[in-house]
Design a protein around this ligand. Structure first.
Ligand code: FES
Ligand code: FES
Length: 166
């Protein structure tokens, strides 16, 4: 199949590539760009492990063709930390609040939460749970993921994090 030229920005860097029209964005990111943070879980848009940010929206990159990202800005988990390596508040929150176990869902979960906190910087618990409802976690039971996102929201707002009683 004839390849098509695409130009996009991935984690702040300009990328030019030739891709087959059938290539999924997740495969382009992982195989062509070696960005293996976004994971492949279901490949049917159910699990959210492949979530990336595409032009300011969370997308499941297993249901987007790479050619559809032509001209776009893509952020993956590899682009969430600061350039000097300092962890993003969400990454810190997941570490501090034990928001992961096996970690398979974590890159997609953090990338989704990154957009969620820009859409809604002060979410209540129900809004967090709704906001990550497209991302499945088989290990944690979600409680500590919610706490991690609350931790990050507080840190980004410059207010102390107060853990809610369970
Ligand atoms: S791999 Fe994309 S949603 Fe599961
Ligand atoms: S930490 Fe294992 S799937 Fe979420």
């Amino acid at each position: 199949m004839a390849k098509q030229q695409i130009s996009l920005t991935v984690n702040g860097k300009a990328v030019d590539a030739l891709v087959e029209p059938r290539t999924l964005l997740i495969h382009f990111l992982r195989e062509d760009l070696s960005l293996t943070g976004p994971h492949i879980g279901c490949e049917t848009s159910h699990c959210g492990a492949c979530t990336v940010d595409l032009d300011g929206k969370s997308v499941k990159s297993c249901t987007v063709f790479a050619v559809q990202a032509n001209g776009s800005e893509v952020t993956t988990i590899e682009g969430i930390a600061a350039a000097d390596g300092a962890l993003h508040a969400l990454q810190e929150g997941f570490r501090e609040m034990h928001g992961l176990q096996c970690g398979f869902c974590t890159p997609g979960m953090i990338t989704r939460a990154y957009r969620l906190l820009q859409e809604n910087p002060k979410p209540i618990e129900a809004e967090i749970r709704m906001g990550i409802s497209g991302n499945l976690c088989r290990c944690t039971g979600y409680q500590n993921i919610v706490k991690a996102i609350q931790y990050a929201a507080a840190k980004l707002a410059g207010v102390p994090f107060e853990e809610a009683a369970e």
